[in-house]
Design a protein around this ligand. Structure first.
Ligand SMILES: [Zn+2]
Length: 169
């Protein structure tokens, strides 16, 4: 009947970033304002428009919260503002046994490892990639040939998302 219904909302807050409990709560409340506006089909003047800012300012001043919006006003960017955008040099290895390995390599060790890799037995294929996926923030930055074994499906998904480096053989 011309009415838009919203459903299946979810608020995800990553625990990868070091924030105190209070920062998490501010992020959560910020996202709940978005949810409130969407759920009630309120027309705002932008992602962090007049309605959003009015509610945010009221909660900040009257209830002691400390929510912010990013300067450029992009929705959902708020929670990511403190993340340093790190790039990772990723080595992806496929072994004949079916094993799939990912490794974050120290850029200084690239040349050495790129030579060593050609001598690996049971090597089916390999590739060098660049990724800024926070997934890799948990990986050690290696200087020797070692990797983390991952599920083949996950491996294939990651290869699609990463930027492939064309290395002359
Ligand atoms: Zn927002």
């Amino acid at each position: 009947m011309g009415r838009v219904e919203t459903y299946d909302h979810a608020i995800h807050v990553s625990i990868l970033f070091e924030q105190g409990e209070n920062e998490f709560k501010n992020v959560l409340l910020h996202e709940m304002i978005h949810y409130y506006i969407a759920y009630n089909n309120i027309q705002d003047t932008g992602p962090h428009g007049e309605v959003f800012r009015k509610m945010m300012n009221w909660l900040n001043s009257e209830h002691g919260w400390n929510m912010k919006v990013s300067e450029n006003g992009k929705a959902l960017q708020m929670a990511q503002e403190n993340i340093p955008r790190r790039e990772y040099l990723v080595l992806a290895l496929s072994l004949c046994s079916g094993k799939r390995l990912l490794s974050v390599v120290s850029p200084n060790s690239f040349r050495t490892l790129n030579q060593q890799i050609k001598r690996v037995k049971q090597l089916e294929s390999y590739g060098w990639y660049v990724s800024s996926d926070v997934y890799f923030s948990n990986y050690p930055r290696v200087r020797t040939l070692r990797g983390v074994e991952v599920a083949p499906d996950f491996f294939n998904e990651m290869l699609k998302k990463m930027q492939h480096l064309d290395i002359p053989q």
